[in-house]
Design a protein around this ligand. Structure first.
Ligand code: UDP
Length: 246
């Protein structure tokens, strides 16, 4: 089984490295409009309550497990995912493998100026990579038309969409068919992390699966969203078995 069905969401059992390999394969094959989302437990809970959003998530080619909650859930369902494949880590692994191939990435999302700063950091860390273009994530209808036209002119191999969840997943799903790209990844606050405007949790928190605690301490306003974490655990415990594993 290469997937685990968590409350109706079919999460791939990819590790960071195998997900990156699969994405590189899509790119080198010249595939178009492949999608990668990285759901955590909050996002799976959102999809559990919203059937349409669940369809959006399941329309992706790869859903990686972003969060220790998702990894635990897979173990509870006796269909274990080996490791957490967070969006930022998977993105770094893809960029590393893409760089020697001279492939291009388009950076869309975050506040004005952040995508450009993130691009500079990527060029420094992954020499050989091509930055196809940048656009911030605060747009109206008119600006959106220009962003879509720009992406279609640049035809990036990889498209990072960083608008936060569920906005980025819905945006990709809505515009997928009118966009020319190889693989799109919805990776939340990753451009902020590349640009250095938001710090990732220290390794201690990451290693012990408590990155969520660090984020909560830094942004106490996330408490509402985070209450979904225990709810997620209970829901998987009570209802998880109702969803068939393939
Ligand atoms: N963002 C955006 N446009 C919006 C709302 C949010 O570009 O309309 C960006 C925001 O600036 C940030 C990212 O989306 O860079 C969301 O980050 P967060 O860490 O909240 O995402 P998560 O992965 O937790 O959903």
């Amino acid at each position: 089984m290469d997937k685990v069905n968590i409350l109706g969401i079919k999460v791939s059992k990819h590790t960071i490295d195998s997900a990156a390999d699969q994405i590189i394969e899509y790119i080198t094959n010249g595939d178009k409009r492949r999608c990668v989302f990285t759901p955590n437990s909050e996002i799976i809970m959102m999809a559990y309550r919203d059937k349409k959003f669940a369809e959006v998530l399941n329309s992706a080619d790869i859903l990686t497990a972003d969060g220790i909650g998702v990894v635990y859930a897979s173990k509870m369902l006796r269909n274990p995912i080996l490791e957490r494949a967070a969006g930022f880590d998977t993105a770094c692994a893809v960029l590393k493998k893409m760089a020697p191939l001279g492939k291009s990435v388009y950076l869309f999302g975050a506040k004005p100026g952040v995508a450009e700063a993130a691009g500079e950091e990527m060029l420094r860390r992954f020499p050989g990579i091509k930055i196809a273009g940048c656009a911030d994530g605060y747009f109206d209808e008119e600006k959106q038309v220009n962003i879509i036209a720009d992406i279609n002119e640049k035809k990036p191999d990889l498209l990072f969409v960083c608008l936060g969840a569920p906005k980025q997943e819905k945006w990709i799903s809505e515009h997928r068919d009118e966009l020319d790209f190889g693989v799109a990844m919805g990776i939340g606050g990753s451009l902020d992390v590349f640009a250095g405007t938001v710090k990732r949790a220290p390794e201690f928190y990451q290693k012990h699966g408590i990155e969520w605690l660090y984020r909560l301490l830094k942004q106490p306003s996330r408490i509402g969203r985070m209450m979904d974490l225990p709810k997620f655990g209970f829901t998987v415990l009570l209802n998880g078995k109702k969803f068939p594993q393939e």
